[in-house]
Design a protein around this ligand. Structure first.
Ligand SMILES: Nc1ncnc2c1ncn2[C@@H]1O[C@H](COP(=O)(O)OP(=O)(O)OP(=O)(O)O)[C@@H](O)[C@H]1O
Ligand SMILES: [Mg+2]
Length: 256
C-alpha cells in the first residue's frame, strides 16, 4: 500500500442551494489507508461535502479527484458525457453509509447485501449469496441473514448497510453520521465494525461526533464551519484545546 497516494483530493469546492452558499471553497485530501473524521456544527456543509464526492450533489465549481479520476466543475450546468462516465467510475470505487441506513424494506438482510452484486456486478446468485453470508458474518449478523429490516435494530440495520457497501469492494467508504440515529447502547456495535475496517487499512472519510472513535481511530480531523475547512489537524491537537476559538466553542457543545 502506497501511503503517499491520495484517494480523495478536493480543491476549491463550491456549492450553493439557491442563495445559500453551503460550500465556499473546500480544500482537503485523504491519503490511501487514512481515516479522516469530519466534524463541525449543524449546517456547516458536512453532508453536502460528502454527497458531492460521489456527485449525489453536483458541485458548482472546484476539482474532485477520487481514486485517480478527476472531475472539474467550472460553471457548466450540464455534465458532459465524459464527466458522466467519470462519475460512474467514481461511484464504483466508493461506498456511502448514511445516517438513516437506506435499506430496501422488502428485502432480507442478505438480499440487501447481494442486490448490488447481482444487479450491478452481475455475479451469479449462488456466489453472491456465499459472499453476502461472509460479509454478514464479518459484521456479526450471520444469524439475521433472512430477517427483513423491520425486524432488525438500528445498529443491526447499519451493520447490514456497511456489509452492503463492502460487497461492492470499494476503495474508500464515506460515512455520514453512521451512529447518530442510534441509541447509545447500539452505537458501539457499529463502531466496532468501523474500527475493524480501519485496522484492516480501509480508507475512510467519516462525518461523526463520536469523540472516542475520532481520538482512537482518526489520522486527522477536518473541522468545517461556514462552508470552509477551518482546521485540518491531528486528533491530539484538535481535542487538546489549543485550536481556534471556533473549535473550542464547538468542543464545548459536544459531549466529551
Ligand atoms: N437539497 C438541499 N436543498 C436546499 N438546501 C440544502 C439541501 N441540502 C442541504 N441544504 C442546506 O445546506 C446547508 C448545509 O447542510 P448540510 O446537510 O450539508 O449540513 P451538515 O453539516 O451535514 O449539518 P448536520 O450536522 O445537521 O447534518 C444547510 O443550510 C441546509 O439547509
Ligand atoms: Mg449532515
Amino acid at each position: 500500500m502506497n501511503q503517499h497516494v491520495n484517494t480523495i483530493t478536493v480543491r476549491g469546492l463550491v456549492k450553493s442551494f439557491g442563495a445559500n452558499k453551503v460550500l465556499q471553497g473546500v480544500d482537503f485530501s485523504v491519503r490511501q489507508g487514512e481515516v479522516v473524521v469530519i466534524m463541525g456544527p449543524s449546517g456547516s456543509g458536512k453532508t453536502t461535502l460528502l454527497r458531492s464526492l460521489n456527485f449525489l450533489e453536483l458541485p458548482d465549481a472546484g476539482a474532485i479527484t477520487v481514486c485517480g479520476t478527476q472531475v472539474v466543475r467550472e460553471g457548466a450546468p450540464e455534465l458532459s458525457r465524459k464527466d458522466q462516465k467519470k462519475i460512474r467510475a467514481i461511484r464504483q470505487r466508493t461506498a456511502m453509509v448514511f445516517q438513516s441506513f437506506n435499506l430496501f424494506p422488502h428485502r432480507t438482510a442478505l438480499e440487501n447485501v447481494t442486490e448490488g452484486l447481482i444487479s450491478v456486478k452481475h455475479i451469479k446468485k449462488n456466489e453472491a449469496v456465499a459472499r453476502g453470508i461472509r460479509l454478514l458474518e464479518r459484521v456479526g449478523l450471520a444469524a439475521k441473514a433472512n430477517d427483513y429490516p423491520a425486524r432488525l435494530s438500528g445498529g443491526q440495520k447499519q451493520r447490514v448497510a456497511i456489509a452492503r457497501g463492502l460487497a461492492m469492494e470499494p476503495e474508500v467508504i464515506l460515512f455520514d453520521e453512521p451512529t447518530s440515529a442510534l441509541d447509545p447502547a447500539l452505537r458501539e456495535d457499529v463502531l466496532v465494525v468501523m474500527r475493524e475496517l480501519a485496522r484492516e487499512g480501509m480508507t475512510m472519510l467519516v462525518v461523526t461526533h463520536e469523540v472516542r472513535f475520532a481520538q482512537d481511530v482518526a489520522d486527522r480531523i477536518v473541522f468545517m464551519d461556514g462552508g470552509v475547512v477551518v482546521e485540518d489537524t491531528t486528533p491530539e491537537a484538535f481535542f487538546g484545546g489549543t485550536g481556534s476559538p471556533r473549535v473550542r466553542q464547538f468542543l464545548n457543545l459536544i459531549e466529551l
